[in-house]
Design a protein around this ligand. Structure first.
Ligand SMILES: CC(C)(COP(=O)(O)OP(=O)(O)OC[C@H]1O[C@@H](n2cnc3c(N)ncnc32)[C@H](O)[C@@H]1OP(=O)(O)O)[C@@H](O)C(=O)NCCC(=O)NCCS
Length: 379
């Protein structure tokens, strides 16, 4: 690894995206949920009956129209309603590393970067497939890195921005010059597909961000003007799955009932109300500290959880209703992809910007956690 007494200016050299080919539309999702509800109600006449989900509700409440998943067949089967991704032997690449590697390769190719020049891999995501060896170390190995280091980090929906700041700090300190931040999000694994309140929320994807020292970056890149992170404890988004579950004596995941706290659960309305002002204020304060304001912002690539939240946050920051051009949406076709959402938005909607344009990548979610990354295009 290159050790520099004086650190370098961090930039985003490129991003990468892997999108699974299976798509579940709202109509398909709701049909399978309603078929499950019919079966559940027939089999449990004493229990409180499950009510139908609706396409209209999902689209109006969230803005989500469809989502990608690794394999939809078991998910939409009303007799299963869970993903089925067969366990692989230890000498085969794990599923999470596989999609992470695909996103990394895309980012490396776009930057024209040789893997031997990369110093570190940070796997930053809201769930890890296993405890160890780290997913990042497996990805490092699969990419053919002969040196350097990797580790996993989890800050739920904010994992990618926390990863970007960590990578930028390595570059500022001189501890690394080229860092891959990778966000493989297999959210279909933590989503309770039998829960009407949340079954529509998530989708699977993997993104990667190549954060590098400016002097080695490709001619076209994004200078990182500033990063800021924030956490504030809240139980309103929670997942109690963990290694101590077996010690509680009920098995790792309790499958009974439509609601189950060993998978994703949230108080969506409270999250909406509490996170919007928290994030709006954070962005404005961070911008001010950099001598910027909403008027300097050409585009915001916001976390993709809910179009209503994004509309309110963008309006507060920009001072007017944001156009799709100023605050692009990807959750209509990707749903909430946890930490990857703002990175997909950035990946798909940055090429049209001009040199000197300033933008903001911003994530928010469980913890609560939020991260903001101001960037300026260099071309
Ligand atoms: C989750 C979310 C879309 C729900 O929308 P909402 O408008 O808050 O909806 P609520 O949960 O309050 O439910 C409103 C009504 O719709 C009903 N409803 C809930 N799910 C439904 C479904 N799938 N189909 C039909 N109706 C449904 C509820 O039962 C409730 O009915 P009631 O008014 O008769 O009690 C929204 O709160 C949200 O996106 N919040 C932010 C979440 C977030 O960002 N989380 C971060 C995750 S990383």
């Amino acid at each position: 690894m290159s050790q520099h007494a004086h650190g370098d200016t961090p930039v985003i050299s490129s991003t990468g995206l892997f999108t699974p080919s299976h798509i579940i539309s709202n109509a398909e999702l709701v049909a399978s949920f309603n078929a499950y509800a019919d079966r559940y109600n027939a089999a449990n006449p004493q229990a409180e009956p499950l009510t139908y989900s609706s396409v209209e509700f999902v689209e109006k409440a969230s803005g989500i129209k469809s989502r990608h998943v690794i394999d939809k067949r078991a998910i939409v089967d009303p007799d299963i309603m869970e993903p089925r991704y067969p366990e692989r032997p230890d000498d085969q690449i794990s599923l999470m590393a596989e999609i992470g590697v695909a996103a990394c390769r895309d980012a490396l190719e776009r930057a024209g970067r040789n893997i031997q020049d990369v110093d570190a891999v940070l796997c930053a995501a809201s769930n890890m497939q296993r405890a160890y060896p780290a997913m990042a170390v497996e990805i490092q190995h699969e990419l053919g890195m002969q040196r350097g280091f990797g580790f996993d980090m989890n800050v739920a929906c904010s994992s990618a921005t926390f990863g970007i700041q960590t990578a930028a700090d390595y570059i500022r300190s001189g501890n690394a010059r080229s860092v891959l931040v990778v966000n493989p999000e297999i959210t279909s694994g933590h989503l309770n597909w039998r829960d009407r309140d949340s079954h529509f929320i998530f989708g699977d994807v993997a993104t990667a961000i190549l954060v590098e020292a400016k002097d080695m970056a490709p001619a076209q890149h994004w200078e990182i003007l500033g990063t800021r992170l924030k956490t504030q404890f809240s139980n309103n988004i929670r997942n109690n799955f963990g290694f101590l579950n077996r010690a509680h004596g009920q098995g790792p995941v309790d499958q009974s009932g439509p609601r189950n706290d060993k998978l994703f659960v949230q108080e969506g309305r409270k999250v909406f109300k509490e996170v919007v002002p928290m994030v709006g204020q954070m962005i404005i304060e961070h911008a001010e500290s950099l001598g910027l304001s909403g008027t300097n912002l050409r585009r915001m690539w916001l976390h993709q959880a809910n179009t209503g939240m994004n509309r309110l946050i963008a309006q507060k920051v920009l001072g007017h209703e944001a156009s799709e051009d100023e605050s692009p949406t990807v959750l209509d076709t990707y749903a909430n992809t946890s930490s990857a959402g703002s990175i997909i938005a950035f990946h798909k909607h940055n090429e049209d910007l001009a040199a000197g344009d300033i933008g903001l990548i911003c994530s928010f979610g469980a913890g609560y956690s939020a991260g903001s990354v101001f960037v300026r295009k260099v071309a």
